[in-house]
Design a protein around this ligand. Structure first.
Ligand SMILES: C=C(O[C@@H]1C=C(C(=O)O)C=C[C@H]1O)C(=O)O
Length: 351
């Protein structure tokens, strides 16, 4: 007897592979898939009860708003049964590590001014996005990664699929959940990371940044102790934060204010973004979604993750971006190692 097709395989069609999205909830309990429909550039979230996905521009207060034709929740078992990996070759063709080095030197002199931390990024490029085959492979990989929150979004021009360790915020009922995640080491070096003053400085700037930003939107903020957070072959410093959300919260304003936090932009926000826009990397890639907010607004939950630890594509061209926080005490070779640790963890699993 042949097996009957699952609800997921019946729902999947060409629309999904042209424009689609998915997001796993922070507690891992529900996985929302979306297909078809269109994306448009907006400055404000829609006042609608229908679920809408938003991807923020890293540098600007504007969003790609994705309003799908069909939205459905599927179980992890259904997803794992549907999306299988089909072998393919994505050899690296180039990277921007030379630009990273130049920006690192520029930044070191900029620290004399009003800057405490900037998150510099590099990327590696690979051959050949292959449409449905690549999307299926990447979805399989995002859900078999083992840590983080699987997410993805694509249209005919741009796409991103990954499993992120970082929640920007979740608001459920009147509770806002978030955390500071910054400070990185290889697995096995947990004690050194907890004791590293450079990593503590980077991390505490993220706590301070989130605390300052939440002040206008929440009350009763509680900040937990800083702990180790494992992510495959990497460990991070993580501090949980929870607050009571104000009744009249404006989610566009909250997302604009929170993103990017000092974990992805820098501290203070305005001058670090100014530095990044004017950097060699910013000049080469003036349009950027890496490290920005991606999320879902629906009636009872508002949830945004930070778009990192992913594979992205533009046209046929695939790439992985990775970054790390730079403070005045940072050393170039160590920062490059951190970028390579993050990049290799993603490349080994996904490509
Ligand atoms: C920028 C990335 O990660 C971010 C930067 C970190 C750091 O500087 O230590 C740690 C976690 C993330 O907040 C990335 O994954 O590329």
């Amino acid at each position: 007897m042949s097996e009957s097709p699952s609800a997921l395989s019946q729902w999947l069609d060409r629309d999904f592979f042209e424009t689609g999205a998915f997001l796993c909830s922070h507690d891992g309990k529900s996985i929302t898939f979306a297909k078809g429909g269109s994306s448009l550039l907006v400055d404000r979230f829609f006042p609608t009860a229908n679920p809408v996905f938003y991807l923020k521009d890293f540098y600007q207060e504007s969003y790609l708003a994705y309003n799908p034709i069909s939205v459905k929740e599927f179980s992890l078992d259904e997803i794992k049964a549907e999306f299988k990996y089909e072998k393919t070759d994505h050899s690296p063709i180039s990277n921007d590590d030379d630009i990273y080095e130049k920006d690192f030197e520029l930044l070191k002199s900029a620290f004399k001014f009003n800057l405490k931390k900037v998150v510099l990024v590099s990327r590696e490029n690979y051959e050949n996005f292959e449409g449905e085959k690549t999307i299926r492979n990447l979805i399989h990989k995002a859900f078999s990664f083992g840590v983080g929150t699987p997410y993805g979004y694509w249209n005919q021009h741009y796409g991103v699929i990954g499993s992120t360790p970082e929640l920007l915020y979740q608001v459920k009922n009147d509770v806002l959940t978030t955390f500071a995640l910054a400070g990185t080491a290889k697995i096995g070096l947990e004690e050194e990371l907890l004791k590293s003053s450079k990593d503590r400085i980077e991390h505490n700037l993220v706590i301070q940044d989130i605390q300052e930003k939440l002040a206008g939107f929440t009350s009763d903020l509680k900040i937990d102790d800083t702990k180790i957070h494992p992510y495959k072959s990497i460990v991070h410093l993580k501090t949980d934060m929870v607050a009571r959300a104000n009744d009249d919260i404006d989610f566009t304003a909250l997302t604009n204010t929170m993103s990017p936090t000092a974990a992805l932009g820098g501290y203070p926000k305005t001058s670090s973004l100014q530095f990044l826009k004017n950097s060699n990397y910013g000049a080469k890639y003036p349009h950027r979604y890496f490290g920005s907010a991606f999320g879902l607004i629906k009636k009872d939950v508002k949830e945004f993750v930070v778009s990192i630890r992913n594979v992205q594509w533009e046209g046929k061209h695939l790439f992985i971006e990775s970054g790390g926080g730079v403070v005045p005490d940072s050393v170039l070779l160590k920062e490059m190692d951190e970028i390579h640790l993050k990049r290799n963890t993603i490349r080994k699993h996904y490509l």
